[in-house]
Design a protein around this ligand. Structure first.
Ligand SMILES: Nc1ncnc2c1ncn2[C@@H]1O[C@H](COP(=O)(O)OP(=O)(O)OP(=O)(O)O)[C@@H](O)[C@H]1O
Ligand SMILES: [Mg+2]
Length: 364
């Protein structure tokens, strides 16, 4: 158990700034997720915390101790790599047992701990196999078991479920959440999968191009994405964006796009006016907050055309042509429409966000 702090950390590889002045404080016992697209600097950040990579600037602290000069093996963290690093000549059992054997733990105790971890990860029947006899997902689970048995100060996990099939991944997600809550070991978990981040994290840091775009609890990131990058990254299908501006019409303040306009509640209108820039804005709406019907849906609904229909069983995603862009809406599974059919769409005004198009930051 440990609090991990990184302060103004910078890491360059030649001309690439992999980590661009990041500061984070990961609380003791926290399940902390680093989320972001490929190449945004997640693994580099994790490797710096583990001591496997040396930062060019800034410092890492475990509790109040600066660990910049502490080698990785003395930091007492267990790391699971994106490319699981198992010892190829050892069986799965010995791979898992290895950290305990090094510490000269009695063999009956080792056996007990290895079996417990193996059971938790569903790999009891694989313990006699060597890594080359295991699938990618099985190797990943062996690597996780090896991390668990060590009982380290912190788990540093780099996409540990990426090679596991979808069904098992969902099950493992729940197991990992339970495990972390039981062991109460500070955990930093790297993923580019927003569902993993949303479901597992106490807090998420969303990274973009070596910087932290937003740091918050999952639900707050979902409800109030701080900029258009986060808004577009979190949520499935992704947020719809419309270029728009503010205008007054018949004593109402409206957001006007090239295809439709929306009357704003007075508090939202006031906030946008206060912001100053009212002419170069982005309206952001989740597909779940656009309803579609064959009939007109009252004020501010607008007529569009069906571009594609994607039934998923639990819901149906309907793609609409709005101006030159495709807009996604999530409809009930009973919704049916043919391609090119004229339909009406309506945006739930209570759920919209407005961003400044230049700064890309959230206004309201
Ligand atoms: N050893 C290295 N040498 C040169 N460039 C590197 C090195 N390691 C990482 N980079 C670059 O630094 C940036 C960040 O890489 P990093 O591995 O941290 O990304 P990531 O967020 O973990 O991505 P992914 O989701 O694909 O694993 C990338 O542009 C990458 O190409
Ligand atoms: Mg990575």
């Amino acid at each position: 158990m440990v609090k991990i702090t990184i302060e103004n950390v910078v890491k360059r590889f030649g001309n690439v700034i992999a980590v661009n002045n990041i500061s984070l404080e990961i609380k003791d016992k926290e399940f902390f997720v680093l989320l972001g697209p490929s190449g945004c600097g997640k693994s580099t950040t994790l490797n710096i915390i583990a001591g496997l990579e040396r930062q060019d600037q800034g410092s890492v602290y475990f509790d109040d101790e600066k660990v910049d000069e502490v080698p990785p093996e003395k930091r007492d963290v267990a790391m699971v790599f994106q490319s699981y690093a198992l010892y190829p000549h050892m069986t799965a059992y010995r791979n898992i047992a290895f950290p305990l054997m090094v510490r000269k733990v009695p063999s009956d105790k080792i056996r007990k701990q290895v079996m417990e971890a193996a059971q938790m990860l569903g790999i009891e029947s694989l313990l006699d196999r060597k890594p080359y006899e295991l699938s990618g997902g099985e190797r990943q689970r062996v690597a996780l078991a090896r991390a668990i048995v060590r009982n380290p100060k912190a788990f540093l996990l780099d996409e540990p479920l990426s090679n596991i099939d979808a069904k098992l991944r969902v099950a493992m997600r729940a197991e990992l959440i339970r495990l972390q809550k039981t062991l109460k070991t500070t955990t930093i978990y790297v993923t580019h999968d927003q569902v993993e981040a949303m479901t597992m994290a106490d807090r998420i840091a969303i990274m973009n191009k070596g910087k932290v775009a937003q740091l918050d609890e999952p639900i707050r990131i979902f409800d109030k994405p701080a900029d258009t990058f986060v808004a577009g990254f979190i949520g499935s299908p992704p947020m719809n964006f419309f270029h728009c501006s503010l205008m007054e019409e018949k004593e109402k303040t409206k957001l006007k796009t090239s295809e439709f306009s929306l009357s704003l509640p007075s508090d939202v209108a006031a906030l946008v006016k206060e912001h100053g820039n009212t002419s170069d804005l982005i309206l952001a709406v989740r597909p779940q907050n656009i309803s579609v019907s064959k009939q007109r849906l009252g004020d501010d609904s607008f007529e569009t055309e069906v571009y594609a229909v994607e039934p998923l069983g639990t819901e149906t995603i309907v793609d609409l042509t709005v101006g030159g862009q495709i807009v996604k809406s999530v409809c009930p599974p009973t919704f049916k429409a043919s391609l090119g059919e004229k339909v009406w769409a309506k945006i739930d005004i209570a759920k919209i966000h407005v961003y400044d198009r230049k700064t890309e930051k959230l206004i309201v």
